[in-house]
Ligand binder design. Structure first.
Ligand SMILES: [Zn+2]
Length: 488
C-alpha cells in the first residue's frame, strides 16, 4: 500500500534528479562562462505546436535557510530554458510562446540572493524574465504538474554557493545549535556498552519539532480560509518554546519559516540533529465538515489501521507533489532496507510516546480516534528516530478551524503535546542524557535484567523504584536509566 502510494513520487524524483545532475555537471565544467540548461517538456512542445500561448500568471518568492525559491504559476506546461549570466550576475528564464499576465511580484528589499525581477518580450513571441542576483548563485529548475488546487508551475531554486553533493540541511542545523557535548556512546549504536559506564558529560534530550507543510505547500484549508501550514507552524513554535524551557530538553525546529522542505529532508534534519524524538504537527481535513477531533499516528509498515488513515496518508504524502520533489533521494533502497531491520524498537517507542500524547490531548478536547493510529506516512519513516504525527484537529470543521487559529488554543494544544512527551522521557530517558533526577543513584538496564532483580540488588522496593521513575508497569528495557531512590 505504502509502496503504491510512493510510486509516482519516486518516478518524478528521478526525472528531476537527472535534470539536476546535468545542471551540476555544466556548472562544474563551464563555471566561468555561460551556463545553458535547456529542457523540453513533451506536453509543452505539443502546446507550442498547437499554437496556444502560455500565460505566466504570477510569481511567488519563498526564502529558506539554505536556498530561495521562485515559483511561476503558468496556464500550461511550459517550454522554457534557464541559464545564468555573469557581470552583473543574473539568472534568465525564457518561456517560449508566452506572455505575462499582470505584474511580476518583487522580492523583499533585504532578500538574501536577488534584488529585482524584470520581464520583456524576446524574439517577438517569447517571454524573458531576468532575475538580478546580488551575488553568484547556483540553481535548479523543475516543473510541477497541477496538484491540490495549484496549476502548472515552474520552480527555480537558487543556492548561495554552487551546489555541492553535501546536503545543506546538516550545516544549517549545526550553525543554529549550541555546541553539544554528545557522548560518543548512543543508545542506538551500542546500548550494551552503555550499561558499563555512566557518563558524566550528559547531553540534552533533543526533540525535532516538525511543522507540517509550508511555503509552496499550504496543506489543508479551512472553510474560512485558515491554512494548515500557518496553524502547524504556530503550534510547533509554542511546543518548541515549552521544550526549551525545560532544563535538559532541547527543541530543533525542522522548518523555521514559511518555506517548503520535502518529506525525506525533514527526517534527515531530525537525524542530523541526533533527535531522540520526531514530532510532526498537522491539522486534518475531510470532505464532510462535521468530522472533528485529534488523532495521533505512528508509522505502519504494513498498512493503515483504517480506511480514513489510508486516505489521510495519501493526502499527507502528496505534499512532495505539491511543494516540490525530493532531489536527494538516491538511497531510497538502502533506506527501506534499514527501515525493515531496525524499525521494531523505534516503533515500540513511537507507540508508547504516541499513547502518552493522545492521553493528554483527550484532556483538552475531542478525540477523533481514541487509540494510536497507524498509517504509511512518509515523514515517519526514520528507522532510528521514534516518530509520531499529531493531527491536532480538523481544520475542515468550522468550530475547530476557529480554535486552531486562536493563540490560546494553540498554546493549550502545544502544552498537551509537551506533557505527553515529557511524561514519556521521564520514563524512558536516553542513557547519555541529563534530565533524570541528579541526586538519585542511577542504574542502566542491561540485557536480561528485571525490575524485581534490580529492586533486590539495591535493597529497594519495586514500588519505590516505579514511583521514582513514573512507571506504570514493571517493564524495563535495555538502555533505560532508572533512578534508584534510597530506601529509608
Ligand atoms: Zn498535513
Amino acid at each position: 500500500m505504502v509502496t503504491e502510494l510512493l510510486m509516482p513520487q519516486r518516478l518524478y524524483s528521478k526525472s528531476a534528479a537527472v535534470n539536476v545532475r546535468r545542471n551540476f555537471i555544466e556548472d562544474t565544467v563551464m563555471r566561468s562562462c555561460r551556463k545553458i540548461f535547456l529542457f523540453l517538456i513533451l506536453q509543452g512542445l505539443a502546446t507550442v505546436a498547437s499554437g496556444q500561448q502560455i500565460s505566466v500568471n504570477a510569481l511567488r518568492h519563498w526564502i529558506a535557510p539554505d536556498h530561495s525559491r521562485l515559483v511561476f504559476d503558468l496556464s500550461q506546461a511550459p517550454v522554457h530554458s534557464v541559464y545564468s549570466l555573469d557581470n552583473p550576475a543574473r539568472l534568465v528564464v525564457d518561456f517560449a510562446n508566452a506572455s505575462l499576465k499582470g505584474q511580476l511580484s518583487q522580492p523583499v528589499s533585504n532578500h538574501p540572493l536577488y534584488s529585482r525581477v524584470r520581464s520583456g518580450v524576446h524574439k517577438k513571441s517569447d517571454l524573458r524574465i531576468v532575475i538580478d542576483l546580488k551575488k553568484n548563485a547556483a540553481y535548479k529548475a523543475f516543473t510541477l504538474a497541477p496538484s491540490k488546487g495549484q496549476g502548472h508551475r515552474l520552480v527555480v531554486d537558487l543556492y548561495p554557493n554552487p551546489v555541492t553533493q553535501k546536503p545543506l540541511a546538516a550545516t544549517t542545523i549545526a550553525r543554529n545549535e549550541k555546541p553539544q557535548t554528545v557522548a560518543p556512546v548512543s543508545k542506538r549504536s551500542a546500548p550494551q556498552k552503555a550499561t558499563k559506564t555512566i557518563r558524566t558529560q550528559k547531553r540534552d534530550v533533543i526533540i525535532a519539532v516538525d511543522a507540517g507543510h509550508g511555503g509552496e505547500d499550504p496543506g489543508a484549508r479551512g472553510p474560512h480560509g485558515a491554512q494548515e501550514k500557518r496553524v502547524t507552524f504556530a503550534i510547533a513554535s509554542k511546543l518548541a518554546q515549552l521544550i526549551n524551557s525545560k532544563p535538559g530538553m532541547k527543541a530543533v525546529m525542522v522548518r523555521r519559516g514559511d518555506y517548503y522542505i520535502d518529506l525525506r529532508k525533514r527526517m534527515k534534519i531530525a537525524r542530523d540533529a541526533k533527535a531522540d524524538l520526531f514530532v510532526s504537527i498537522h491539522a486534518d481535513a475531510f470532505r464532510s465538515d462535521d468530522v472533528k477531533g485529534a488523532s495521533v499516528f505512528t508509522l505502519s509498515s504494513r498498512g493503515a489501521t483504517s480506511e480514513a488513515s489510508r486516505w489521510l496518508a495519501n493526502h499527507e504524502n502528496a505534499s512532495d507533489l505539491v511543494g516540490g520533489v525530493s532531489l536527494d533521494d538516491k538511497d531510497d533502497v538502502l533506506a527501506s532496507v534499514l527501515l525493515d531491520l531496525s524499525q521494531t524498537a523505534t516503533q515500540e517507542a513511537s507507540i508508547n510516546v504516541a499513547g502518552k500524547v493522545l492521553r493528554q490531548l483527550k484532556n483538552i478536547g475531542h478525540l477523533h480516534q481514541h487509540s494510536v493510529q497507524k498509517a504509511g506516512f512518509m515523514v515517519l519513516k526514520s528507522p532510528d528516530v521514534p516518530s509520531i504525527l499529531v493531527e491536532t484537529a480538523f481544520i475542515s470543521n468550522p468550530e475547530e478551524e476557529r480554535k486552531l487559529t486562536s493563540s490560546r488554543h494553540q498554546t493549550e494544544m502545544a502544552r498537551a503535546i509537551f506533557n505527553g512527551i515529557d511524561s514519556y522521557f521521564s520514563q524512558y530517558l536516553p542513557a547519555e542524557t541529563r534530565i533524570a533526577g541528579d541526586t538519585d543513584q542511577k542504574h542502566i538496564i542491561s540485557r536480561g535484567e528485571t525490575l524485581s532483580g534490580i529492586a533486590q540488588q539495591y535493597g529497594v522496593s519495586m514500588s519505590k523504584i516505579k514511583s521514582a521513575n513514573s512507571m506504570d508497569n514493571n517493564q524495563v528495557r535495555i538502555g533505560q536509566v532508572l533512578a534508584i531512590p534510597t530506601d529509608s
